[in-house]
Design a protein around this ligand. Structure first.
Ligand SMILES: [Zn+2]
Length: 220
């Protein structure tokens, strides 16, 4: 399940009523494209007139980059709601997930059978997805223009001889107008397998060329 705003809004209200005694003020909920965390409770800090800090301008953000089971997504929202509760009530905690946070978490888990955790336990697939999202992967991608007007894609190994062999092989087929190689970190191209095989992928994406326009043309 991937978070949507109306759904988050509904669950926030339900949980506020059921687990927080209706004590939370409405807060902006937003979707994020965070790739290394599932949720966040953001806020600003200001110095109070007579000393101490005050937290304000809260927002709960939930990432849409992960597909989680419903109950886990709810627990992510609840985790952020505990942060929001502590911060918006200007309560002091020993750290971000300090004693107060943990006692509220434990209380909700025990009373309502939830499984909120301090940090989400990612599955190996989710970790892989995160690693993939986090660091740019650079690829050599061929843009293949056919004589019939179609444009195809091929992700190739970064070896000059293989690139030349691919271009030579395609030209030999007689259907190819041009083969251009690009160097790009656009994650769009992660969907295509990398190999030296003489094949071409024809994605249905209508804006294929926008992915090439940001890429660096290689001359060889
Ligand atoms: Zn947290």
């Amino acid at each position: 399940m991937i978070a949507t705003l109306p759904d988050l809004q509904k669950r926030f209200e339900t949980f506020n009523h059921a687990y927080f005694g209706g004590g939370l003020q409405p807060v902006p909920l937003k979707l994020s494209r965070a790739t290394r965390s599932l949720g966040a409770c953001t806020y600003k800090k200001r110095r109070k007139l007579f000393g101490g800090l005050e937290f304000y301008d809260f927002c709960i953000r939930i990432s849409t980059k992960f597909d989680l089971p419903e109950n886990e997504l709810e627990d992510v929202l609840l985790h952020e709601m505990i942060h929001y509760e502590i911060l918006s009530k200007q309560l002091k905690d020993t750290s971000a997930h300090g004693r107060l946070f943990r006692s509220r978490m434990k209380e909700i888990n025990e009373r309502y059978g939830r499984h909120i955790t301090v940090s989400h336990r990612f599955t190996p697939e989710q970790r892989e997805q995160m690693a993939e999202n986090a660091k740019p992967v650079w690829r050599v991608v061929a843009r293949v223009q056919l004589k019939d007007g179609r444009v195809g894609v091929k992700v190739l190994p970064r070896i000059e001889q293989r690139l030349k062999a691919y271009r030579r092989g395609l030209r030999f087929s007689g259907q190819v107008q041009s083969v251009d190689f690009f160097w790009t970190d656009d994650p769009y191209f992660s969907q295509f397998p990398k190999s030296s095989a003489l094949n071409i992928f024809f994605p249905t994406t209508p804006d294929l060329d926008t992915h090439f326009s940001a890429a660096q043309l290689l001359t060889l």
